[in-house]
Ligand binder design. Structure first.
Ligand SMILES: Nc1ncnc2c1ncn2[C@@H]1O[C@H](COP(=O)(O)OP(=O)(O)OP(=O)(O)O)[C@@H](O)[C@H]1O
Length: 464
């Protein structure tokens, strides 16, 4: 028996209203009752899952109630009760968004059955909406972490470029997040319901790049026992992300240019042209300008790709993003890899900020993951740092060097450091910081509410 479900019964006849209410209550639903539309609408913000309303309600009809209610709460399910087995009223009700209708006199079994179904449908719809929302978040801009000025410029460019169908060229060193940007472009475009297909040219043997992209017909070459769809065809109606486009051999660059210009391709070994509807987003970590100068990358292809470009700066040029990336990864790694929750000591954060990160964000994430797996305590300290980072971290001016990062992050680091040095004694930490214990408590609460410090940090939040 389902107990979940809040139902509002709207019926002007006292006897019928009481009877329906009684049946549904005995089935375990939470039931509210109203004798007219005005009273019914006063429940609109009360988390009602289902409204059961008589079609005839006096001044405002059940149909009007349905329209007015849906305007405020479009997700609520509606069942209309009609005195006549009038198909017209039922059709109108369904058109206006009702889930179903019941004819009077009400059969209790039928009522319960339809109510259960309506509520189950609502729960399913909510789940789907939730999933969709989570997916949008997973692939949208939310996945790209960054607050630095260069990253703000990247976000603005993505937002401007996403809705237009132009080719986009993403430039940046390895591990700077080029694929994330390509996905965000796709998921913020009108193609988002179409496929997102990624191909990394550097990872495909040069003899197979052409068939990988354009497909091949049966018998095109030894081993081609079947027709194979290329990546362009797979991405039809969506976006094709070509990573490491700088690795294209010259002979193939001309073919790629032709496909980009005509959106027509010929599978390897085939004779018939194929039209595709694909938006191309390309990326490279190479210096294409230089390649054009040296004659290893076609100038015409370069300009064709470069209609809009997004430049992802290396992590060492946006060190103010490091603390929020660290916070993001600590949480993400704990959730996805089921490791214990950790935080980093201020010394480790300082080493991170001063390390040049040749592998950029990917390297930072990997370093954190291995530290989290190997560390003993809850706090990652200098002892947990890989040697490379410990030795390679270059302080610009000794101990007092203050890294470039938002003031609020610096403040948080200072507070966490004082707490650590005071053995988590808040009175002592507040004295060191020359602030009141209340201010310290307030700040810790704020950090906890924003998930900036783990909720399990009770030892820090406990009364000193
Ligand atoms: N700004 C960011 N916010 C969150 N995660 C990021 C960010 N930038 C990169 N990452 C993460 O770093 C890793 C590498 O990112 P991605 O594959 O997009 O980089 P890339 O530039 O395409 O690398 P490559 O050129 O080597 O293919 C991924 O795990 C990605 O989720």
């Amino acid at each position: 028996m389902s107990t979940a479900g809040r139902i509002l019964v709207v019926e002007d006849s006292d006897t019928e209203r009481r009877a329906i209410t009684q049946i549904l209550k005995s089935e375990g639903f939470s039931v509210f009752a109203a004798e007219d539309a005005e009273k019914a609408l006063s429940y609109a913000d009360e988390g009602i899952d289902l409204v059961i309303s008589d079609v005839r309600l006096g001044e405002v009809s059940g149909m009007d109630l349905l329209t007015l209610w849906k305007r405020r709460q479009p997700a609520t399910q509606m069942i209309l009760l009609t005195g006549y087995s009038s198909v017209n009223a039922a059709v109108d009700a369904m058109k206006a968004g009702a889930y179903d209708y019941l004819t009077k006199p009400i059969n209790p079994d039928e009522l319960v059955l339809i109510v259960r179904r309506a509520i189950e449908t609502l729960h399913k719809e909510n789940e789907i909406d939730d999933l969709r929302r989570r997916l949008d978040q997973r692939f949208g801009l939310e996945r790209i972490i960054g607050q630095s000025r260069p990253m703000k410029e990247v976000f603005a460019r993505i937002q401007r470029a996403a809705p237009v169908d132009s080719t986009v060229l993403i430039l940046g060193e390895s591990g700077t997040g080029k694929e994330l940007v390509a996905q965000a472009l796709h998921h913020n475009s009108h193609r988002k319901k179409g496929p997102f297909v990624a191909v990394n040219i550097a990872a495909v043997p040069s003899t197979l790049v052409e068939s990988e992209l354009f497909g091949h017909v049966r018998g095109a070459f030894t081993g081609a026992t079947d027709r194979r769809m290329g990546r362009f065809e797979q991405a039809d109606g969506g976006t094709l992300f070509i990573d490491e486009v700088g690795d294209f051999e010259l002979s193939l660059q001309a073919k790629l240019l032709r496909v980009l210009e005509t959106l027509t391709l010929t599978p390897v070994g085939g004779h018939e042209d194929l039209k595709v509807n694909v938006r191309v987003v390309a990326a490279t970590s190479r210096d294409l300008d230089d390649m054009v100068r040296k004659g290893t990358f076609r100038e015409d292809l370069y300009y064709r790709l470069h209609v809009v470009s997004v430049l992802l700066p290396p992590l060492r040029q946006r060190t103010d993003d490091i603390p929020i990336l660290v916070e993001h990864f600590l949480k993400e790694i704990a959730e996805t890899k089921h490791t214990a929750k950790h935080r980093v000591s201020p010394e480790v954060m300082r080493a991170f900020v001063n390390f040049p990160w040749p592998g950029n964000v990917r390297e930072l994430r990997n370093a954190l993951e291995s530290m989290m797996v190997l560390a003993d305590g809850e706090v990652l300290t200098e002892a947990d740092l890989p040697d490379k980072i410990l030795n390679g971290s270059v302080s610009k001016s000794g101990q007092v060097d203050i890294p470039d990062m938002p003031l609020e992050v610096l403040e948080r680091l200072a507070i966490m450091q004082s707490l650590e040095k005071s053995g988590n004694n808040r009175t002592h930490a507040a004295q060191r910081l020359q602030i009141s214990v209340r201010t310290l408590q307030r700040k810790l609460k704020e950090y906890e509410a924003q998930n900036l410090i783990p909720a399990s940090n009770d030892d820090i939040l406990a009364e000193a």
